[in-house]
Design a protein around this ligand. Structure first.
Ligand SMILES: Nc1ncnc2c1ncn2[C@@H]1O[C@H](COP(=O)(O)OP(=O)(O)OP(=O)(O)O)[C@@H](O)[C@H]1O
Ligand SMILES: [Mg+2]
Length: 475
């Protein structure tokens, strides 16, 4: 018996005997196999797992093989589907191959043909995924609109890329203003559902009593004020992506109903009896610790496991070195033309301050600060005084104790801001800006040059050279 697991295969056939036989053959070859009796079950499971190949019977009750194939090829462009069929259905098979099936096998399945077809399909899949990845890397680094070059941001982009190619249910966790909604949109835009609607619901913005009717809709007269039938978000999403923001705020009733929809893939409008089939990918987000909410009993554990299939973490801005400056430039470029019809530059001390501040409100706070500064500035340069006061705390007043061996730089550059800010000449050249950034970094690192060099993203010798060039060495 071969124990190595080569990958996961989904096997969809309403005949349990045939399924058991084929599964046994594949398992003996080292594949992991999950069996389903209906296409609907396979599609639901594809939201929780990422198989390398699907074996699909054509003749099945319910959704049926052809419709299932259609959904799979639409949502998972490269996933190979091998159709299982009776010999006499050859004409149908040709049609099926045209519709995107990778291969077909006639029943009774011949082991050798089965193994070859599966192995080839899986190999082609791996290649197709790799090529798509390379194409994307070639096209652009990361996603448009999702700015950040810090290692944590880059890691997040890679995760989004991976998860967008699947239909897996994703939970996004992160502090307020870190870009959770932006990440949800990026997943949708890069998924097979991108042509369908992206529908959001902020659970925290609704009184508990209205959550269920917003999610699932209601029939006319279901409650006082329900003057007409209304479709809920689950019906509006219509094959697209549903993003439930602040999901921890769902009422117990809405949690129970949501769990049911995730299991059954049908909804019942409030006050209605009819079950309506719904097709959606679910993304959720919260700034709260959902596991803690489960421990405290305010969030159902069975629902927790359904929605936290894959978790993404949007890192706080203070853990993303360099990103505040990149984002600030980005927001000047996007809001400047709109707000003041100009794209002013940042004065060096303003940049240093943006870089130094911890941004407890994360990207949203930074975006607001830049918008405010754009309106306050003279249109040419954003100075320290144009930034919100809280983001520009004055650097320590008293000279810092630095080791005797590390000479302190002469701080001939303006320091800011004193209670009454001293007017200063705007820094204009790249060199002036660089000089001020170095001074700010050394202040921040209390004279520790290795650390300052690290924060500036340059080598220590480069820093020494620049200190000499800019006359910042102790005489
Ligand atoms: N990496 C980023 N690049 C560009 N803009 C960003 C980035 N992250 C966040 N933003 C912007 O910051 C603002 C806040 O982002 P978003 O609404 O996605 O945050 P959130 O985590 O959902 O916040 P909250 O928990 O408060 O709802 C938005 O205007 C968004 O466009
Ligand atoms: Mg949000």
């Amino acid at each position: 018996m071969i124990s190595t697991q080569r990958g996961l295969i989904f096997l969809v056939d309403d005949d349990p005997h045939l399924s058991a036989l084929v599964a046994e053959l594949l398992r003996a070859e080292g594949w992991a196999v999950s069996c389903f009796e209906r296409g609907e079950d396979c599609l639901a499971a594809l939201q929780e797992a990422n198989p390398s190949c699907v074996l699909l019977d054509l003749q099945m009750p319910g959704l049926g093989g052809e419709k299932t194939l259609e959904r799979i090829t639409l949502l998972y462009r490269h996933l190979p589907v091998i159709v299982l069929t009776m010999e006499r259905e050859v004409e149908r098979v040709v049609n099926i191959l045209r519709r995107g099936a990778y291969d077909f096998l006639t029943k009774p399945v011949e082991p050798a043909k089965l193994f070859t077809s599966v192995a080839n399909g899986v190999e082609k899949y791996a290649l197709a995924v790799r090529v798509a990845q390379l194409e994307r890397e070639h096209e652009s680094k990361g996603f448009p609109g999702l700015i950040g070059t810090s290692p944590r941001m880059q890691a997040l982009v890679r995760q989004i890329e991976r998860v967008a190619a699947t239909d897996v249910t994703v939970h996004i966790h992160g502090e307020s203003g870190t870009g959770k909604e932006l990440v949800a949109r990026a997943i949708h835009e890069n998924s097979g559902r991108r042509e369908r609607p992206f529908v959001t619901l902020n659970c925290a913005a609704l009184p508990e009593g209205l959550q269920e009717s917003e999610l699932f809709g209601h029939e006319k007269g279901a409650f006082t004020g329900a003057v007409a039938r209304k479709l809920g978000r689950f019906e509006a999403v219509d094959g697209g992506t549903l993003f439930l923001d602040e999901v921890a705020e769902l009422s117990p009733g809405a949690q129970a109903a949501l769990l049911r929809v995730l299991q059954e893939r049908t909804v019942q409008r409030v006050g209605g009896l009819q079950e309506v089939a719904v097709d959606f990918r679910l993304l959720t987000a919260t700034h709260r610790d959902l596991a803690e909410a489960v421990r405290k009993g305010s969030f159902r554990d069975d629902l927790f496991f359904r929605i936290v299939v894959y978790e993404l973490e949007t890192p706080p801005l203070r853990e993303r070195p360099g990103d505040p400056l990149t984002l600030a430039e980005h927001f000047v470029a996007t809001h400047g033309p709109r707000l003041i019809n100009k794209r002013p530059r940042f004065a060096a001390d303003a940049l240093a301050s943006l870089d130094r501040y911890a941004w407890p409100g994360n990207v949203r706070e930074l975006e607001n600060a830049v918008q405010r500064a754009l309106v306050a500035c003279d249109g040419v340069e954003i100075t320290l005084e144009d930034l919100p006061r809280r983001t520009t705390p004055p650097p320590p007043e008293t000279p810092l104790e630095s080791p005797a061996s590390v000479p302190r730089p002469r701080l001939s550059a303006p320091r800011g801001p004193a209670p009454t800010p001293t007017p200063r000449a705007p820094a204009q050249t790249l060199e002036q800006n660089e000089r001020l950034l170095i001074i700010a970094a050394l202040e921040r690192c209390r004279g520790n040059r290795s650390l300052a060099a690290q924060q500036l993203g340059i080598g220590r010798t480069t820093l020494y050279r620049k200190l000499r060039e800019y006359g910042l060495e102790q005489p």
